[in-house]
Design a protein around this ligand. Structure first.
Ligand code: ADP
Ligand code: ZN
Length: 433
């Protein structure tokens, strides 16, 4: 059995009992140490002793990203500084970043969670895990690194970038698993092709461990088809630890959440009322085993649902749908809701274009202009205007079928749009000030 934790198969009643004990411990700890949490509980008239069942979690206040910004740098830190061993930060693009101090125990639990994901994919001792997520404040690099070492893989910490060297080391050291963002892997595949490297023939690469950004099922199919590897999905966020919160077992199209550590809820994003398993809404987490910066009912903004049925693999941890969208990413164009992943799905249905695209929104005097720029495949590149016009029409039809919108389609030459080494930025919204 590819499992390193007995908790993977814990019978559900025992799992719920364990979760409740941990929740009660956490709420008492947080109430005693974090002023913001205590104040909000007092305002709601709820005390730690009121948590008598898991459903009582709904009595507790939510936490959101702006709380972390407002309390920057250490207002939500519950442990004394002597117990902190590592800081991570995220989203420094606009305004203040958020800062998450981790205790030794936090780092260990996170490494175990990530190692469980890798074991579930079938990795173990003897595997060479190349970590091409960025190392640093971002959790991707160090998260996979510690998880890989914990499992006993030989970790190759290349970090992101320097793609030709990545490929050289991959071949020379016999990398069997590569962890990076799916968009960076698209770029790695492109560079490999240019250098005449065929993954199937010239490397031992079998597993891709992709996450940190949404990627569609169509993108996954393309990656697997073009490279011959299995593309695994890994999910996580800095606030809750980092990558390794959830991962796919290959038996169902979704991700097991390690809910003995990270307790999930789905709430209606408008009313904030809890929704039953099976219904789609916003994913909320409570970190049952984190003590540096615990999160209680943290609203992720990620939209998904929890599967009501148990996974055929036998693991009892609940499965969530793959994350296709984050409520923050939703664009409203001409009154229609648009998720970038819908454009990705549409483009991957047109074989003459590559999934390298950009969505540009520009304000005009009348309606906002929505433009989709997409690269033509080099094999399909042509000077023939009529052929290009016909291709444009097909791209437009594909986008319209899925989104109901008719954007301006701009075909651009192969390799002309920016590539990413980390999380890619596919939307340029010039409507925002
Ligand atoms: P930032 O908030 O700065 O982007 P994080 O690395 O903490 O930094 O980002 C976490 C977010 O990334 C998640 O909330 C989710 O939206 C997205 N994400 C992470 N992993 C996945 C995945 N496997 N699939 C889809 N989205 C993901
Ligand atoms: Zn499963």
């Amino acid at each position: 059995m590819n499992s390193i934790s007995d908790n993977d198969y814990l019978p559900i009643p025992e799992l719920r009992k364990l979760q409740l004990e941990k929740l009660q411990r956490l709420v008492a700890y947080e109430y005693e140490r974090v002023a913001l949490f205590r104040r909000r509980c007092d305002e709601k008239g709820v005390k730690p002793r009121d948590i008598a069942s898991l459903d009582d979690i709904a009595k507790l206040p939510f936490m959101v990203k702006t709380d972390l910004r407002d309390e920057y740098p250490l207002g939500l830190t519950a442990a004394p500084m002597e117990e902190i061993v590592r800081f991570h930060c995220s989203s420094g693009t606009t305004g203040k970043p958020i800062c998450i101090p981790n205790t030794k125990g936090d780092v260990e639990v996170w490494a175990e969670a990530t190692a469980r994901c890798l074991a579930m994919y079938g990795l173990g001792k003897g595997d060479v895990l190349q970590v091409a997520y960025g190392y640093g404040l971002f959790t991707g690099g160090l998260g996979l690194h510690y998880g890989g070492e914990k499992l006993g893989c030989a970790v190759l910490p290349t970090s992101a970038g320097n793609t030709e060297k990545q490929l050289m080391l991959m071949r020379d050291l016999g990398t069997t698993a590569l962890a990076c963002t799916p968009s960076y892997f698209l770029h790695i595949m492109e560079v490999a092709k240019k250098l005449g490297i065929d993954f199937r023939r010239d490397t031992k690469l079998r597993h891709g461990i992709f996450g940190a950004e949404p990627w569609t099922d169509e993108m996954r199919a393309k990656i697997e088809r073009d490279s011959g590897i299995v593309a695994h999905d890994i999910y996580g966020l800095t606030e809750i630890s980092g990558p390794g919160v959830a991962a796919d077992c290959g038996r169902t199209n979704g991700l097991h959440i390690w809910e003995d550590h990270y307790y999930p809820e789905i709430v209606d994003p408008e009313t904030l009322q809890p929704l039953p398993d099976g219904e789609k809404g916003e994913l909320v987490f409570t970190t049952l085993d984190r003590f540096g910066t615990p999160m209680i009912r943290y609203r992720t903004r990620d939209l998904t649902r929890l599967h009501p049925e148990q996974c055929p693999c036998g693991r009892t941890a609940r499965v969530m749908d793959r994350i296709k969208a984050r409520s923050d990413d939703m664009l409203i164009v001409h009154g229609v809701n648009l998720f970038p992943s819908q454009i990705e799905t549409a483009l991957l249905g047109v074989p003459e274009v590559e999934p390298h695209y950009q969505i540009v929104l520009t304000p005009t005097e009348t309606l906002d202009l929505l433009e989709v720029k997409v690269e033509i495949r080099s094999e399909s590149f042509s000077d023939n205007i009529r052929e290009l016009e016909s291709l444009k029409k097909r791209v437009l039809a594909a986008v319209k079928t899925i989104t109901g919108l008719s954007p301006k389609i701009t075909l651009v030459s192969p390799g002309s749009l920016p590539r990413s080494e980390g999380k890619i930025k596919r939307v340029i919204d010039n409507r925002k000030k």
